[in-house]
Unconditional design. Structure first.
Length: 108
């Protein structure tokens, strides 16, 4: 442990920070996953089941605790998105859609 004292939380924040790399990424990832788990649990009563169920067996009752356990078990990870690559891909897709639309108009 980084600070040398025991915490009540299991898995510890220090371990979770090692898995995610930053506080911001830990907060973002755990919040998004917690919302997904909450959505899944809400859909169980309706029989829909479109959301992804928890990926670990847990005795925790709270979705955030389950999300932390999933991060600790490396069942969920974050991915880094390059904004420049995303913008280039979107521009390319728009250009292809425009070209396809022009071809469709010329043949009519």
């Amino acid at each position: 442990m980084a600070h040398g004292y025991d915490t009540m939380m299991n898995p510890s924040i220090e371990d979770l920070l090692e898995k995610t790399g930053s506080k911001f990424r830990l907060v973002s990832l755990s919040a998004m996953r917690s919302r997904e788990i909450t959505s899944y649990l809400g859909q169980l009563s309706q029989g829909v089941g479109a959301a992804v169920p928890p990926q670990v067996t847990s005795t925790a009752a709270k979705p955030l605790s389950i999300a932390f356990e999933e991060i600790s078990a490396e069942k969920i990870t974050s991915i880094e998105i390059d904004p420049e690559a995303e913008a280039a891909a979107a521009a390319l897709a728009a250009a292809e859609a425009e070209a396809a639309a022009e071809l469709g108009d010329d043949s009519a």
